[in-house]
Design a protein around this ligand. Sequence first.
Ligand code: GLU
Length: 386
Amino acid sequence: MNEIVVHFPVRMDSGEVEVFTGYRVQHNNTLGPFKGGLRFHPDLSIDEVRALATWMTWKCALAGIPFGGAKGGIQIDPAKYSRAELERVTRRFTFALGDAIGPEYDIPAPDVNTNAQIMAWILDTYWSTMPAHDRQRCMHVVTGKPIESGGCPGREKATAQGLVFCVERWAEDHALDLGKASAIVQGFGNVGSWAARLLAAKGTRIVAVEDAGGAIAAADGIDPEALADHARREGTVKGFPGTRPVTHEEFLSTAADIFVPAAMESQITGETAPLLRVRLVAEGANGPTDPAGDELLRDLGIDVLPDILCNAGGVIVGYFEWLQNKRSESWDLDEVDAKLKKKILAAYRQVEQTSRERGGLDRRTAAYIVALSHLQAVYRERGIFP
Ligand code: GLU
């Protein structure tokens, strides 16, 4: 529906001024306010943001939450900037977006390289532009905030938690004991590190992990808690004691039951899909599989839990945060987890049912059918103006 591109200046610690480019693509708000994350990445382009915004529309429709789809971000490599610079960049971007976002209109959230702290700066900047007496009723302009600033317990792990609820259900249906299973994880940011931790808590061995800095493997399993400490300190999983360094190809061809891609788009392609030696791909990332890769996974008999189902936990708990802010409520973690499980498994069941009804249709197409049928029904009812 709308594409917003902003260019804005920010003063660096050195005193120099740098001009940044930011995007917000608002794909569709038929089912509710635009919703979607903001990512900070040096290669971010409007085309990528368009795709990510579109997936948000379908994801929210599939999850049955009253949101549309949007996505945005800034073309920036956050590793190259100080915390103070990132704060000024975030605030100036928020200011540049102005009325394009709003608690009942378009609600950003964390995504690649953004986190609760950045959401707190967005909230504070948005508030600073409003009359004092309007501020409190706009707490839900952004989700994924720190708990103290109106965030929701369990939001940080929510995407991975939703993924693990889906994987558990799949494992039950396919006689896989997660206590004896193994997994490889690509990406060790929010989704990857939490997926590794939550799977390890079920007894699953994490046998290889890859991030932008390199890949590591250990047949006996990698302790994700200790790896998270290492990655926080070193900025990469590479060099984690007790593991051996492996190449990208070796990482992808590590034998395991489950592969969790939780990094960037287009990782599973015509070239890389044949390397995989797993039973299940559980998509934590958005768009990790390209069309050629998808076809090959089908041919190879590797099952897929598609992104718009498998990573919907983040936006589902984002919805819970938004609701709590609107109602001045605070739910506890057990309540959040129970509600998340119920919602994501309802979507899972719908996808399974559609797949069965259509003669064993792949889950990704089935998920698109569920999501787009919902949107189609609304378009039919409302018609097109004028
Ligand atoms: N960035 C997350 C996603 O891709 C969450 C979006 C949100 O909560 O709005 O689903």
